[in-house]
Design a protein around this ligand. Structure first.
Ligand SMILES: C[S@@+](CC[C@H](N)C(=O)[O-])C[C@H]1O[C@@H](n2cnc3c(N)ncnc32)[C@H](O)[C@@H]1O
Ligand SMILES: [Zn+2]
Length: 380
């Protein structure tokens, strides 16, 4: 493939020069040919740079990044250029994507990048032996990442990070329940907080695979967006001792919700029939120290201004009980207009409950009060 000025263009993302297809900038939906690049995904790549930067700061082993599905190398080339790494290896089946990644490597004068044209699992399996695993492994597919969990985990160093994107939102949000059960081993339910259920389904599936391999996963940071979900987990070599798989039980009548180890069929507040989502991850989804490190890292990087605000929300919710509420659903139950988020949180705190905003929804909040207690607090 010839990289001509007519069809390709040099852009800057973060601190990095990238050679991209012009059509990926001008077309509404970025085309897959000659290679896929989504300029709108800059924000999620910014979060990656922050998360990997925070991790590498305290990591003493070899700093190796494996990108299984690199496209034109937007994420990987940025990692090589913006973070201190020993070796960055970009893999994709599409040779045109790799050509562009190589070109961007030259534009940034990078010496620490290698390229591989292979099927992702074949690529990862070259790094799955002790001593050759990577400190950071990324899986960024079109659709579900679940089929790549085995090979991705095997290529991740013990104590390293595995990050994955999922873009099969309709499956994870409950439009195709059977497909979700088949791919992720758990069933979603359609609720206002469906994005949190989705993230927990992805983590739950990864946890089941990790368990088989004698590995433990610790979620460090997760991201929910209109177009994708993304998770970052630490991978440790030890069988997981915690019971972190279970269900979310939800009453469609009164809106009561709870994280539980076993399905519960009747609502403990109104005795109506519950719906149960799961099996899914019921443990923590943010690591407070890690999110703090991410916030500290921002000042060294060139990332979107909104990152800090979003991460501060993650920090506030990192130790909060699972499953958030939205102001709109509470207001519709109370048949009144919703209070301001700040006031709602203060109100709950003044009554002695824990409460915080959540990065999952601009009108969402977390609390240990149940829905009856929330409605009572807002009515007083
Ligand atoms: C969503 S894109 C990756 C985007 C990229 N990570 C970025 O940040 O711009 C998915 C990529 O996976 C590649 N791909 C799909 N199936 C693959 C497979 N089995 N092995 C290797 N690459 C594959 C496609 O060629 C495509 O470039
Ligand atoms: Zn109920």
């Amino acid at each position: 493939m010839q990289i001509t000025r007519e069809s390709f263009e040099e852009i800057i993302e973060g601190k990095t020069k990238l050679m991209v297809p012009k059509k990926s900038i001008t077309d509404k939906v970025p085309p897959k040919k000659p290679a896929f690049f989504n300029p709108k995904a800059k924000l999620t790549r910014d979060f990656s740079i922050i998360a990997y930067g925070a991790f590498l700061k305290n990591f003493e082993g070899p700093k190796i990044f494996l990108e299984g599905l690199s496209g034109i190398g937007a994420r990987g080339i940025r990692v090589a250029n913006e973070l201190k790494t020993d070796n960055v290896i970009l893999n994709d089946l599409n040779p045109s994507g790799l050509e562009l990644a190589k070109c961007s490597g030259k534009l940034n004068d990078l010496q620490n990048v290698e390229f591989s044209e292979n099927e992702i699992c074949r690529f990862f399996s070259q790094y799955s032996q002790k001593g050759s695993r990577a400190s950071i492994v990324d899986i960024d597919p079109f659709g579900s990442p679940a089929q790549f969990f085995d090979c991705g985990l095997r290529a991740t160093m013990h104590g390293g990070i595995l990050s994955c994107t999922a873009t099969d939102l309709q499956v994870l949000n409950g439009l195709f329940q059977n497909a979700c059960a088949r791919k992720y081993g758990g069933i979603p339910i359609r609720t206002e907080y469906g994005n949190e259920i989705a993230i927990r389904l992805i983590l739950g599936c990864l946890r089941m695979v990790a368990g088989r391999l004698g590995l433990e996963i610790i979620p460090l940071y997760v991201e929910s967006n209109f177009h994708y979900y993304r998770i970052y987990v630490k991978v440790n070599k030890r069988p997981d001792q915690e019971v972190n798989l279970g269900y979310i039980t939800h009453c469609k009548n009164c809106g009561h919700r709870k994280i539980v180890f076993e399905k519960i069929n009747s609502c403990e507040l109104c005795e109506s029939q519950n719906n149960n989502a799961g099996l899914l991850w019921i443990g923590k989804i943010f690591d407070k120290n890690f999110v703090e490190e991410m916030i500290l890292k921002i000042s060294e990087l060139n990332v979107d201004k909104s990152c800090e605000k979003a991460l501060k929300k993650c920090l506030a919710e990192s130790e909060m009980p699972g499953i958030y509420f939205t102001l709109d659903e509470i207001a519709s139950k109370m048949k009144s207009s919703p209070p301001k988020l700040e006031n709602a949180i203060k109100n709950l705190q003044n009554k002695g409950y824990l409460s915080s905003p959540t990065s999952f929804s601009p009108t969402g909040f977390r609390t240990n009060a149940n829905i009856k207690e929330i409605i009572k607090t807002f009515s007083d």
